[in-house]
Each structure stands twice: as C-alpha cells, then as structure tokens.
Design a protein around this ligand. Sequence first.
Ligand SMILES: [Zn+2]
Length: 321
Amino acid sequence: MLNKNRFNEILPSLQKICFEAGALQIKLHDTDLNYVTKENKTPVTDADIGSNKILTEGLRLITPEIPIISEEDYKGQDRHSCFWLIDPLDGTRNYMNTISTNMAEFPKVLKIANSYDNVFSCVGVHPCHIKDHPLVTYDELYEQTKHSKVIGIGESGIDLFHDKTTLDLQEKSFRTHISVARDTGLPLVVHTRGADYDTIRILKDEYEKGAFPAVIHCFSASRELAEESIKMGFYISLSGIITFPKGDVVCDIVKDLPIEKLLVETDSPYLAPVPNRGKSNQPAYTKYTAEKLALIKNVDYLTISSQTTQNFFILFKKAVK
Ligand SMILES: [Zn+2]
C-alpha cells in the first residue's frame, strides 16, 4: 500500500500526468509510481458503454479523484477495462454509477455493473424513451432492485424540452418510479428539462404522500427547483455545464446550495467540461467540474472531492465500498 505521506508528496504531479494522459491506468508499486501508460487501456467510458446504445445519456456519479489501479486490482481483470478509483489518500478505489434509460437495455447495464466490483447501476426509464416502450410497471422496476448492484432508480422525470406531447405518460411513469424509490429507499435519479413547474409539482405531491431520497441530476433548472429540492432533502448533481461560459446562471444558484448536498457527474456523452468541451464525456473529466465547483464554493479541490465522495455514499447507501 502506498505510504500516505509519499502519496501526498507526489499527488500534484500524479494528478497532472493522469489527466493529461486522458486517464487512466496508473500502477503503483510499493511506495512509488512506476508505471504510467496509455497502452492497452480502454477505460469503461461512455464510448464503451454508449457503443451499445445503452446510455445515450448517462449519469456517472463518481468521485472526482484521480484514478489509480493497484497491482491487486489487475488480478484476474481484463486490462482493457479501467477502473475509476477513489480516495487517493488511502489508496482505496473509485466508483462509478451508470444509469438506465429503458428496460429493454437494462440487462446490458446490469451486466456492466456485475462485471466490475466498483461499478453500480440504476434501473429506470428515461422520460424521452416513454414513447418507444410500454410504460414500466411498479413490479418490473421493483423486481430489478433486488440485484445487489442496483443502487438507485432512474433516470426518470419530466422532459418537455424534447417532447411536450407526452406529459401525461411521463408523469405516470415518473410517479411509478417515485413509488419504487419510496418503498425500496433507493434514491431516485431525477431528469428534468424545460419542465420546472411540473417536476416541482409532482415531486412535492409525491413527497407529501411519503418521503423518498432523490438527486436532481445534471442540474440546469431554476433556483426555485433547487431550493424546493433541498427542502425535501434531495441532492443536486452538477455536470460540465458549470464550466461553460453560459453556466453562470447555474453557478450563481450553486453558490448558495449546501456543499453537503452536491455531487458531480458526467452526463455523457455530451456536456464534457471545459477544457474538453466537444469531446465525448467520460468520468475522468469530472475532475474539471469538481475544480470549478471548488472555485464556486471557495474551497480547495480536495475538500470538494472528499465531500462529494462522502455525499455519494450517504445518498447511494446500497453502494458498498
Ligand atoms: Zn438526464
């Protein structure tokens, strides 16, 4: 195991190398970094997962620390896979959460989660997929939550930006997802776009029937939606949007939100943060989102990374370290 002091000493250069290399396989031996390579590494990226069209839009709630793979992690693993590791201060591993967009492809999502100790998944139907599939039932969703790697419900919610004609169906599906989140205690991953009014209306109405945990993912909504969500104990997850020049409106809102309720994510394959805007988004880039968040909150990077890590595990209780 890497000595903590030594690690702290090399941390800045390690971070630099790691992220400039585009990530991601760094092998640590004893107390020294002795291997950094880009060879033979195709991390579990959006490209991999997205190539199966599983996640045209994916949530990757991960911790933004540098990814490290130890000798131990390689054992029995395909080196073409990459792990997003966590917690540089004690050498333990990073974790990734993939979302589900429809039930037909959920088995593929689950397979990925089952293939890696540190990858988890959610189950749910994205509001933009409502038209293409029969509405998911409570029982169908509930059944899938029995898998040990399924740690959340979603994403689900209301999207009137892409389709205003399916509000009724979206609402029905959203309420089904909420019921399962309430009954299982698994957090709901909420997608909301161009639909602040209806999202708040439904969340508040359902919350009054009984509390449930939730995260507003890829937050780009109004101050009111953020504040109402925080009142219900929900979390707010931030994407690369906060690094964009036009992200100022969101940043202004984030400035006033409690740090204990914030997460960072990719939301792939789009929304890669500056300086990688335009590239296919991937978990390693959350570092830049976390850096911007540190600036907004006027704290250092490690404070943000450890806080968002902690928040992740408080919210996604079923994710076992
Ligand atoms: Zn979404």
